[in-house]
Unconditional design. Structure first.
Length: 374
């Protein structure tokens, strides 16, 4: 059921119901008439918390895609962080990363073994740790999408203490979106794109999906009626057979993005093929620090690729019995995973990465059960 009824038009129940009626009037009847994928954990949280799917006709399918940077952080990167801590260095990161499982344990388990893994709330906190401990190496484990990248770039350009480096697991969203369109993956008519990422990169990169794939695209904000309005805009595109790159979040997002942020990102980082957990190698799907700034690159300073080595095939993906890889690409709902259905994997004891973060699809489904159960 629809659960939001707060002040303001973006949360208003009456407005939501009117938008839902317009969506029903616009979309053709029949299952699968409109299948839209979003790639944002915040969108999924709003959709589930507000019960938005309960307002929509059966002909509209809103699919959750790979919108959680914690979920797609590869086990190689987690192991590198643990290797650094085992070498006696301080590893600082955000709290969500501590509980992410890997075949070689979580960072929380490493901390329980006495290793110096610390939760911070900002990069400035990590800088402070480095300044207070000049005789120790402090590594900030940076995990995120383009929304977070400018903050890392700004710190690098500003200059950090000599004993501070960055272990980067930074992803770029549009290459992964394109990879999802390969034959055999879930069928979708278009994307609802993330407002916060789009404040940085703009909406121009999404032209690709209209021009090359004739798909509908709408960039959306994060309140319930932002998402419903974006779905109505998408429905009208489908009805009129006129795919476009539209922007529901125009008060915040510009087509060209944030030029200053983009310039700092380009100065510090270059695109790279990186492995997304549950998806695999994504060409251009991540960022690595340019050689000019290798003094702050933990991979370069500590030769982490050699330290980690090649993980065996069983150590490169998802835990046995977990279907998080299929949840990430939208092929199944969390309730279709055997571990979720049996309640063996839950927010208190997560087995798969999708159950850890506040933006993880499985965790969200577990918290709002009528969205996650049959």
């Amino acid at each position: 059921m629809f659960r939001f009824d707060k002040q303001g038009v973006l949360n208003d129940r009456t407005t939501a119901e009117r938008l839902a009626v317009k969506i029903r009037e616009t979309v053709e009847e029949g299952p699968g008439s409109m299948a839209m994928m979003h790639v944002c954990g915040t969108h999924e949280h709003t959709i589930a918390e507000a019960g938005i799917r309960s307002l929509l006709p059966a002909s509209v399918d809103v699919i959750s895609g790979p919108g959680c940077p914690v979920c797609v952080c590869h086990v190689d990167d987690i192991y590198k962080a643990i290797v650094l801590a085992e070498a006696g260095h301080v590893v600082a990161t955000f709290g969500d990363m501590l509980r992410v499982p890997s075949p070689r344990g979580s960072m929380e388990a490493a901390r329980a073994r006495g290793l110096d893994v610390r939760v911070v709330y900002s990069i400035d906190d990590a800088r402070a740790i480095a300044a207070e401990n000049p005789d120790r190496q402090v590594v900030f484990f940076a995990v995120g999408f383009e929304t977070f990248v400018p903050a890392v770039a700004a710190q690098v350009l500003q200059g950090v203490p000599e004993n501070m480096t960055f272990l980067c697991s930074l992803k770029t969203i549009t290459p992964a979106m394109e990879l999802l369109l390969a034959p055999g993956n879930v069928r979708i008519d278009g994307f609802i794109t993330p407002g916060h990422v789009s404040t940085i990169i703009g909406t121009k990169p999404y032209d690709l999906f209209v021009d090359a794939y004739r798909m509908v695209v709408v960039t959306a904000g994060f309140q319930p009626n932002d998402i419903l309005l974006a779905l109505l805009m998408a429905a009208r595109q489908l009805r009129d057979k006129t795919p476009k790159n539209e922007n529901e979040y125009a008060g915040v997002v510009r087509r060209e993005g944030n030029e200053i942020a983009l310039a700092s990102m380009a100065e510090v980082f270059e695109e790279a093929t990186v492995t997304w957990r549950g998806i695999g190698p994504v060409p251009g799907g991540g960022l690595k620090i340019r050689p000019a700034y290798q003094q702050v690159d933990a991979n370069a300073r500590f030769d982490l690729d050699s330290a980690v080595g090649e993980l065996s095939p069983k150590e490169t993906g998802i835990p046995a019995g977990c279907s998080c890889n299929l949840v990430i690409i939208g092929k199944i709902k969390p309730s279709e995973c055997a571990l979720f259905r049996n309640r063996r994997c839950n927010p208190q004891v997560p087995i798969g990465p999708c159950m850890v973060s506040d933006e993880g699809t499985c965790r969200i489904a577990a918290l709002y059960s009528d969205e996650g159960e049959d």
